[in-house]
Design a binder for this molecule. Structure first.
Ligand code: CTP
Length: 440
């Protein structure tokens, strides 16, 4: 199914706002991809963006006139027309400054007026240095925008401008386009469209409805939840890694249930198939290795109320990552790979836990005997005193890559507070029922 099909066969009117960061050159890929999928794209760069990418390039790729000024085409009331016509607004890259302007509702340029005039879903792809992303001012602006229904794609962990690396890199253009179109396809959006139709169309829904990843009702309304899902991969050369079989289904089910219950959700997705997270209604941060997962989880956990560590995180990584592919001729008949310990993200979260923050760990155990498995869980929660530890039975034919799961949930001290089996959605509900109770 193409994205055009996904959006009910419509040719969408999409505004792409580009703000002034180095990643502006990559926004060209967002414009090109949307045009290639058959959409009518109107680019609104800020003055700063035009220092990084030329106006003729944007006009040629979008096949529409490009302007930054509210004084052009005044007769057609362009400063509001673009936003009102739009089915979707994407801002990529969104700098720290532009997030602050959006949060403050500033309308000093065409992008500002367009964002205030639109009733369409707004999807932003931030790009900035980690210090700027983690600054309390930016965190507060992100929260304000999320509460208003703005959807975030990334930032992701990776190499940044200069010599540094970390969280703050803009998501890849293709991922931005997929996530933005999925917003129109998501359950929240479907009900928004429904409400709009019932209303004769065009009515502004109350803040927080429609595109928001946070519902107004539900026992987790207003709660910020971070979920890690999938399995980390630890590279040892450009083409190979040490990994595990976790598909991410259980973590995605928890994220989906948290969204359904009204939470604002960030899913840190370690090598999770994009098809599993499309239309989820959560901010998805794709990561690869444990180092990347740790940076993304700690960044998101700083102002989270709940952190659920479903991901299968590699305890070890190769001591050396080669720049070139390892050749078997250099190894002979046997090969030894030296591994070193990874940081334990869950243990670090527990150690840094804020008062009132709920942290949930998972323990994947192959032990088939229930009591013996619970004993392993008890030892684990004693070592890493999370608020809840979900012990799940895994094996060659249990747990991984399947729809079903079986769990025992322990609390510090070792009591079993819940025991259930069923679909991963059932398990998600059981875990979040306990989280909701713990929060009250
Ligand atoms: N975890 C983590 N960081 C790691 C390893 C695990 O955050 N480096 C988290 C997982 O997300 C999960 C829990 O810790 O929530 C699993 O605990 P762990 O003791 O690592 O379990 P196993 O990997 O199964 O370890 P063991 O070999 O002790 O059974």
């Amino acid at each position: 199914m193409t994205a055009v099909d996904a959006a009910a066969g419509r040719r969408l009117s999409v505004v792409v706002g580009i703000t002034g960061g180095i990643a502006a050159y990559k926004a060209v890929g967002v414009v090109r991809d949307l045009v290639k999928r058959g959409h009518d794209v109107h680019v609104v760069p800020t003055e700063g963006a035009l220092r990084f990418v030329g106006l003729p390039t944007l006009e040629a790729l979008s096949r529409n006139p490009v302007t930054t000024s509210v004084w052009d085409d005044v007769a057609e009331v362009r400063h509001v027309a673009l936003g009102r016509r739009a089915d979707l607004v994407v801002v990529a890259p969104a700098t720290a400054d532009s997030l602050a302007r959006m949060a403050g509702g500033l309308a000093g340029d065409l992008l500002g007026t367009t964002l205030l005039a639109t009733e369409a879903p707004v999807v932003v792809a931030p790009a900035m240095h980690p210090q700027m992303w983690e600054h309390p001012a930016t965190r507060a602006n992100v929260r304000t925008l999320q509460d208003r229904g703005v959807r975030f794609v990334g930032p992701v962990v990776g190499a940044l401008t200069g010599d540094d690396a970390g969280i703050g890199r803009m998501a890849e253009p293709e991922d931005i386009v997929t996530a933005a179109l999925a917003v129109l396809d998501g359950p929240a959006e479907a009900s928004r469209a429904e409400a709009s139709r019932a209303d004769g169309g065009g009515a502004r829904l109350p803040a927080g409805s429609g595109t928001t990843a946070r519902g107004d009702q539900g026992d987790l309304a207003g709660v910020r939840v971070v979920v890690s899902a999938g399995g980390t991969r630890e590279p040892f050369d450009p083409v190979r890694f040490v990994g595990n079989r976790s598909s991410g289904r259980q973590g995605v089910a928890i994220a989906a249930d948290a969204v359904r219950r009204g939470a604002t959700v960030t899913l840190v997705a370690a090598n999770v198939d994009a098809g599993l997270t499309a239309g989820l209604g959560a901010t998805v941060v794709p990561v690869g290795s444990t180092e990347e997962l740790a940076a993304a989880v700690h960044g998101a956990a700083a102002d989270a109320d709940v952190v659920v560590m479903t991901a299968a995180v590699a305890d070890y990584r190769p001591a050396e990552v080669r720049a070139e592919k390892l050749k078997k001729d250099d190894q002979g008949d046997t090969m030894t790979l030296e591994l070193v310990r990874n940081p334990d993200v869950l243990a670090d979260l527990v150690a840094a836990r804020r008062t009132g923050q709920i942290i949930v760990g998972f323990a994947a155990e192959t032990e088939p005997d229930r009591d013996a498995r619970i004993a392993l869980g008890r030892a684990k929660i004693a070592r890493k005193p999370a608020d809840l530890l979900v012990v799940n039975h895994v094996g060659w034919d249990a747990g991984f890559e399947r729809e079903e799961n079986a769990i025992e949930v322990l609390v510090p001290g070792g009591d079993v507070v819940r025991e259930t089996s069923g679909s991963k959605a059932d398990v998600a509900t059981a875990v979040l029922d306990l989280v909701a109770t713990a929060l009250t």
